[in-house]
Design a protein around this ligand. Sequence first.
Ligand SMILES: [Mn+2]
Length: 372
Amino acid sequence: MELPLTNQPLFHRFQEFFKTLSKNDKIAIYHDTDPDGITSAKIITACLNRLNLNVKLYLQSQKGEIDISNENIALIKKHHITKLITTDKAIECSPEQIKKVEQFANICIFDHHVIENDISSTKTVFLKPQLLFQTNRPDQYCSAKFTYDLLNTLTPLDDLDWICLAGVIGDMAFPAWPEFVHKTLKKYKLKNKDLFSTKIGLLTQLISFAESLDEQKKCLKIILSSNNLTQALSLMRPYMKVKLELDNYTQKFDKHAEKYNQNNLLILEVKSPYKIKSLISSKIAHKKYPHKTIITTQKIGQFMTISARRNDCKISMNILLKKSLGNLPGNAGGHIPASGASVSIKDYPEFKQNLIKNELEMRTEKKSKTAS
Ligand SMILES: [Mn+2]
């Protein structure tokens, strides 16, 4: 592992969970559908397979859903699951849902979001980088790297470095792992320039494209069946069609974005058949405006979905969105540099007003703090 352990008992519980899995267990994996979620699901699956175990059921979150839904609990019951492994979801946001699963299954949670509740119990092993290691940037210890490092202590997984790096790129976690990035690029003979434009970065993008087309189940199947990078890229090739739409929006961003707070806050409403608002905000924040607050929105059904990015971390996007949601019904969550939210379309104007006001306040607060 790359960081020293600070919690040996928890690490021991993690190892026990996997070492005591048996052929009689029926195992399910619940995962996020972004690149970090898909790649970490593959890493967990590969580890189980190497321990001579199979995964009986894969469960995916719906867009914006963090907890284990009643629908997913019904599936877990129906398939007589005895062990549930989750990755890249802060499922502890709903402790009551976890209690329902604990009635019939043991749970192991891999995640790196802010800890909402301590739900560790005799039935549940609760793993977060900030609970196991000394780290002040758990967002950069993304689920792909977290599962890769931990599960590598049970069985060798080094040949999955390419899939791990695809997850690391997806969560923009590469600044935390320079050696791993360097070593992996070298092994696959890739140049260390813009990571997104390497072959591994292309795989990351293709997983995101599949998600924007609502083909996350098919995408998982492809990734699980791919034994190497070349194979994965060729099977994922059809998703390239999303790239044209994404490039079009990023090129026209300056022209179409609304500008607020002395040009520090840029808001763009995306109107596309593909769900690409987060891809656009990430790209703009990463490549064009790391020192601005970038917001993209997109209507999905009755909801306005919102994506917030700020690459220099000068304002916490998760706090900004939560604060702007206030008492409005909806969701907000994520990391400091990258967060998401959703509100009903009718409440969006109020949310947007709050957002503009809060963005200014949070930025000026920060300034006066550093000045004093
Ligand atoms: Mn993640």
